[in-house]
Design a protein around this ligand. Structure first.
Ligand code: KIV
Ligand code: ZN
Length: 510
């Protein structure tokens, strides 16, 4: 049985999904949970892209103890220097260097000839290996690259010192059979006296990212790249939880071992979903709400007689068994910290008191506080971290034109009030928030959903807002019992992210 390494790029390629922008604190929470889930390598970001990305890779590098940390760099020395600086504090640092190899990218994007690309690979992979010994090289758009040239590019990277060769299906174009052939071809023809490990990196444009990743593994790949819940650029990346469970359930076929602690799958998926503000479709494989629900009478009857009649994955295998330690209003701090551990949520001792107060406020209103509620409290707290303004209070008045919203905000050492009128409560509230932040923005989208299906569920709101100064789209998230407060918190959260971006642009140009 071959061992398969799991390379998670939720924090880099996953964050490239429009509207997702994790704060450093959120990235650290996700990185720690990914490590607990068992991934081998975490790609923390693209440090040359922004000061925030640099700082988050550095922060992640400082906290991981078993997983390796890697960072993305183009074949550009300053990118590699930045990535080296960010990962060098890690216990197990790695680098990920890439350049495009397809003719279409060479001609229209890089304006380079094939020989220039080979020279660049040689120079920059060598440069990277001289600084951090474990280097992965990716020929971007590999699946639309001429086979012969792909082999030359990969051989050049291997000769220059790369240990890992990642084959990206950058535009989600390949098919399982074709991709398997590419791996067989490269594995058979790349020459080295070192052990070279190949990996797939698949995008889901044609809905084949998981199938293509599995085909590559079947053909000999020993590392696989992807993201939790399949988040990522355009249609997203291969969903690593799907790959993991497929390799486990069909071990008879794939004949490989995985390092993943499958019982942490739901915890990991939920954390990413909540912090990304991207909900999981109910019919999503492995982690969707309905993945283990049986609706038809015939199926229910079969499952009651023997779950194996219609269930190839047992809920317990992925940690979908529901709450083991139910919390209620009599639960104390100890029960809460136990629950946080059970849900795979990392926290500082100093945070427990604040979380406990919020838990108590919720428990006073409800019989049972669910795991979803606890995750929502933790995510809500993380969202307020480092905020420029926080929302303290909201009041409404009926007026002839509709509603008037009076909002109280808190900023460092000061409290101030803004009020505005609108056709309805949301309109009035968002206008008051616009006044508080005084930035040029466009509201792109606004959604609300319930955290659980019950009438007394918490509402989770998500907005996407465009910073008109930079054109960047930001998502904002908020949750509360009250739909209006959840919505206001989401809008305030998006604004706080814009302020952070504006400050970074200011710092960079200063
Ligand atoms: O999809 C892609 O080609 C990438 C590379 C940077 C590996 O994300
Ligand atoms: Zn990608």
């Amino acid at each position: 049985m071959r061992n398969i390494e799991f390379f998670d790029t939720t924090l880099r390629d996953g964050e490239q999904q429009a509207g997702i922008n994790f704060s450093i604190k959120e990235k650290m929470m996700i990185a720690k949970q990914l490590e607990k889930w068992g991934v081998t390598v975490i790609e923390g970001g693209f440090p040359a892209a922004s000061p925030d990305s640099f700082a988050s890779v550095k922060a992640i590098a400082g906290v991981l103890t078993t997983a390796s940390v890697t960072a993305l760099a183009r074949c550009v020395k300053s990118d590699i220097d930045r990535a080296v600086e960010a990962v060098k504090g890690a216990k197990f640092p790695q680098l990920h260097v890439f350049i495009a190899t397809s003719d279409i990218h060479l001609k229209h994007k890089l304006n380079m000839g094939r020989q220039q690309v080979l020279d660049s690979i040689r120079e920059h992979v060598r440069y990277a290996c001289d600084r951090i010994p474990v280097v992965e090289f990716s020929p971007e758009d590999a699946t639309r690259t001429d086979r012969g040239f792909l082999l030359e590019a990969v051989q050049t990277a291997v000769d220059a010192g790369a240990t890992y060769i990642n084959i990206p299906d950058t535009v989600g174009y390949t098919t399982p059979q074709e991709f398997g052939d590419i791996f067989q071809f490269l594995i058979a023809n790349v020459k080295s006296d070192r052990d070279i490990i190949f990996s797939p990196h698949c995008h889901d444009d044609l809905g084949m990212a998981t199938a293509n990743s599995l085909a590559a593994i079947k053909a000999g790949a020993r590392r696989v790249e992807g993201t939790l819940n399949g988040i990522g650029e355009r249609a997203g990346n291969a969903a690593l939880e799907e790959v993991a469970i497929a390799l486990h359930i069909r071990k008879d076929f794939y004949q490989v071992q995985i390092p993943i602690h499958l019982e942490e799958t739901i915890n990991t998926s939920q954390l990413v979903s909540r912090l990304a503000g991207v909900s999981i479709p109910p019919n999503k494989a492995v982690v969707g709400l309905n993945a283990f629900a049986h609706e038809s009478g015939i199926h229910q009857d079969g499952v009651l007689k023997n779950p194996e009649t219609y269930e190839i994955i047992s809920p317990a295998l992925v940690g979908a068994t529901g709450t083991k330690l139910p919390l209620g209003k009599l639960s104390g701090r100890h029960a809460l910290t136990q629950k946080l551990h059970e849900l795979g949520i990392s926290f500082e001792e100093s945070e427990v008191e604040g979380l406990f107060k919020q838990f108590k406020a919720l428990a006073d209103k409800r019989q049972v506080v669910t795991d979803h509620d606890i995750r929502a409290i933790v995510a809500g707290t993380a969202l307020k971290e480092g905020a420029h303004f926080t929302l303290e209070n909201i009041q409404f008045e009926n007026i002839p034109e509709g509603r008037k919203a009076i909002l109280t905000f808190k900023t460092e050492g000061a409290v101030f009030v803004k009020e505005a009128s609108g056709k309805g409560s949301i309109d009035a509230m968002f206008k008051a928030i616009d006044l508080a932040f005084d930035q040029e923005v466009d509201l792109v989208s606004y959604h609300v959903e319930s955290v659980t299906g019950h009438l007394d569920a918490q509402a989770q709101a998500r907005v996407t807002v465009k910073n008109l100064a930079t054109g960047t789209v930001f998502s904002g998230k908020g949750s509360d019992y009250d739909v209006l407060i959840a919505s206001a918190n989401a809008y305030v959260n998006a604004y706080n992210r814009i302020i952070r971006e504006n400050n970074q642009v200011g710092e960079a140009s200063a």
